[in-house]
Design a protein around this ligand. Structure first.
Ligand code: SF4
Length: 266
């Protein structure tokens, strides 16, 4: 079986503990207007033009985004980094896009990674059937689970899908998964007003949250905006600036009232 991956990041330190290899899988059922990885949204390989500068001149070269990997190739990549991974308490993270969209490959890859002795993490937007999460749970040491908006209508407008399945899966994993890190993107003007953020805090406090080991508040940034142009997609966040350090610290303080560890950043 093969999985479609658009990027392999070695020495990643923001996608779980230690030094990790992160595989960014192609395809996402959501279409968040602030998405930093627009190349991960389509489930198919895509051709894009990249500017290359040689000797002061700029040339455009066509590049294919998305490559198929076998599970064996995934393990071979990890084995090359085994020393760094082991010494740092790291592992492997499957991110995206939405890795659950290539469920059969993900399951097989996670199983093989566990068998090879690696700590495994899955970064998910939560929009997959509960039975799929249940199936990968025995081979997943950590879930990185994104919570974007509690209001269903606003969630639909911002991401293209309802949040009902996501909230159900959040409750389920917070109760049943080995370990879960909740990741909340802080998007100015979209989800960061205090009334909504306090509702998020209350949601987290009220669910059975015993397996949530940390809340990560991810400040919006504009790094993905150039990628939108390359992919011929419309950047809908023009003029939106990242939240200030003070605003992030205020949110951190507020989310600490859940009694859980809170961090700014991944
Ligand atoms: S869920 Fe993540 S990868 Fe998918 S569109 Fe939203 S931000 Fe992008």
């Amino acid at each position: 079986m093969k999985g479609l991956i658009f990027s392999v990041k070695r020495y990643s330190i923001h996608d779980g503990p230690g030094i990790r290899v992160t595989f960014f899988m192609k395809g996402c059922p959501l279409n968040c207007i602030w998405c930093h990885n627009p190349e991960g949204i389509s489930s198919l390989p895509e051709k894009v033009l990249r500017n290359n500068r040689v000797g002061g001149k700029t040339f455009q070269v066509e590049e294919e985004v998305g490559k198929y990997y076998t599970v064996k190739e995934i393990i071979e990549i990890l084995d090359k980094e085994r020393v760094f991974i082991n010494q740092s308490g790291g592992g492997v993270t499957f991110s995206g896009g939405e890795p659950m969209l290539q469920f059969d490959f993900l399951l097989e890859a996670l199983e093989a990674c566990k068998k090879a002795g690696y700590h495994t993490a899955v970064d998910t937007a939560g929009y997959s059937q509960a039975e799929n999460y249940k199936a990968i749970m025995p081979f997943t040491d950590l879930f990185l689970f994104d919570l974007k908006h509690l209001d269903d209508k606003k969630h639909l407008g911002l991401t293209g899908v309802s949040n009902m399945l996501i909230l159900d899966n959040c409750r389920f994993l917070a109760r049943e998964a080995r370990s879960i890190m909740l990741r909340i993107p802080v998007i100015p003007g979209k989800n960061n007003d205090m009334v909504h953020m306090k509702a998020m805090r209350d949601f987290i406090t009220k669910i059975e949250n015993g397996n949530i080991f940390r809340i990560s508040l991810l400040p919006y940034h504009k790094i993905g905006s150039m990628t939108y142009k390359r992919f011929g997609r419309e950047w809908k966040m023009e003029g939106v600036e990242p939240p200030s350090g003070d605003a992030m610290r205020l949110l951190k303080e507020m989310f600490s009232e859940t009694g859980l560890k809170v961090k700014i950043g991944g």
